[in-house]
Design a binder for this molecule. Structure first.
Ligand SMILES: *Cc1c(COP(=O)(O)O)cnc(C)c1O
Length: 353
């Protein structure tokens, strides 16, 4: 606290990111990074532009990248917004589209950046409880609201919603923007992108951080009706004209075009996830049904906090949230098969089974 701060600063509740420690030999399964690395074509594209041209500002509209994303999803470039990670895209969406007189709705067990942005922008929000199996019950969103944001699949549960449910939600709220945060959709979820042409109130947000293994590049994007995109552009151009640097723009463009790389890496991760789920269940974990590149699991007798600590002492990092309803769970990112095997053998050692 300092007397120099603007008054709002002391009231903020900043998001706490998963740790990035420098411990040699660490098995890092705590921040949902992709173990397989980005497309080699995208890395080659970075090398090709890493030269004297970096003295020039990048294209403020990231036109090539937006065109590549539009082509990939069957949209026009006017229906695409890009930002410095989907966290930035989400932040702009909160400010540009989710701040109304009526409250914003989102699940109580969900991405913890949502309450952070709500406080930052002074948005009145209501958290809608997920059910006792940690599923989002869409009928609970049937109430007056200014806007809705839901991750699909949800984080940190990994549970997905069917497209028909999302469509019913959009149809029931024609006067409210509905944002679907699809950070994990490539690992088995159903994307809402095909609904964009029929629902001008739908904004879909995706990221290159997870399925395209580019968390270090910081590129995310939003897809939706051009009026929604224009609102995001107006906020962006009142904040930072150049959120994506030259290297990020060319690398992201190449990554979006490398469909084969995406396909291979997501298949491997889904297969590893399915076998990890079976292993964890055999060790008396309850594992929520995951459509993401992580699983959310609790042990029958050992507490989430104690397991996370015991794993950390053995150089295996997983995420634990000391929050109501989910404090017994661990969120475990899907690593390579070797990393998953190391996780399982370390858990066996801790449980002495
Ligand atoms: C990881 C994640 C994001 C943000 O990813 P960026 O790296 O900022 O693109 C957004 N939403 C959810 C639900 C996430 O888990």
């Amino acid at each position: 606290m300092s007397r120099y701060w603007s008054p709002i600063v002391s009231r903020l509740r900043p998001y706490v990111a998963g740790e990035q420690p420098r411990i040699p030999g660490l098995v890092k399964l705590n921040t949902n990074e992709n173990p397989y690395g980005p497309s080699p074509k995208a890395l080659g594209a970075i090398r090709k532009v890493a030269d004297d041209r970096l003295r020039l500002y990048p294209d403020p509209a990231a036109t090539q990248l937006r065109e590549a994303i539009a082509a990939r999803f069957g949209l026009t470039a006017e229906e695409v917004f890009v930002g410095n990670g989907s966290d930035e895209v989400l932040a702009h969406a909160f400010q540009a589209l989710l701040n109304h007189d009526l409250p914003l709705l989102y699940p109580d067990v969900s991405y913890s950046f949502y309450p952070t942005y709500s406080l930052l922008y002074g948005i009145g929000a209501i958290e809608i409880p997920v059910d006792d199996k940690f599923r989002i019950r869409l009928s609970d969103y049937d109430r007056p609201c200014g806007a809705i944001i839901i991750p699909n699949p949800n984080a940190p549960t990994g549970i997905g919603l069917p497209l028909a449910g999302i469509e019913a939600l959009l149809a029931a709220h024609p006067d409210a923007v509905v944002v679907i945060d699809e950070a994990y959709v490539d690992f088995g979820g159903e994307s809402a992108v095909p609904l964009i042409s029929r629902y001008p109130n739908l904004l879909v947000i995706q990221t290159l951080s997870k399925s395209r293994s580019f968390a270090g590049l910081r590129v995310g994007f939003a897809l939706g009706h051009r009026d929604l995109i224009e609102a995001l552009v107006r906020v962006k151009d009142s904040f930072n004209s150049y959120p994506l640097d030259r290297l990020a723009q060319v690398a992201a463009t190449a990554a979006i075009k490398d469909e084969a790389w995406l396909e291979t890496s997501r298949r491997k991760i889904i297969a590893s996830r399915e076998s990890l789920v079976r292993e964890l269940e055999s060790l008396d974990f309850e594992v929520l049904p995951s459509q993401a590149n992580f699983v959310f699991a609790r042990h029958e007798s050992r507490s989430g906090a104690s397991l996370q600590l015991a794993l950390r002492e053995r150089r295996v990092l997983v995420r634990h949230f000391a929050k109501p309803r989910i404090s017994e769970f661990l969120r475990i990112s899907i690593g390579t098969d070797e990393e998953c095997a190391l996780l399982v053998s370390t858990i066996r050692e801790i449980l002495a089974v």
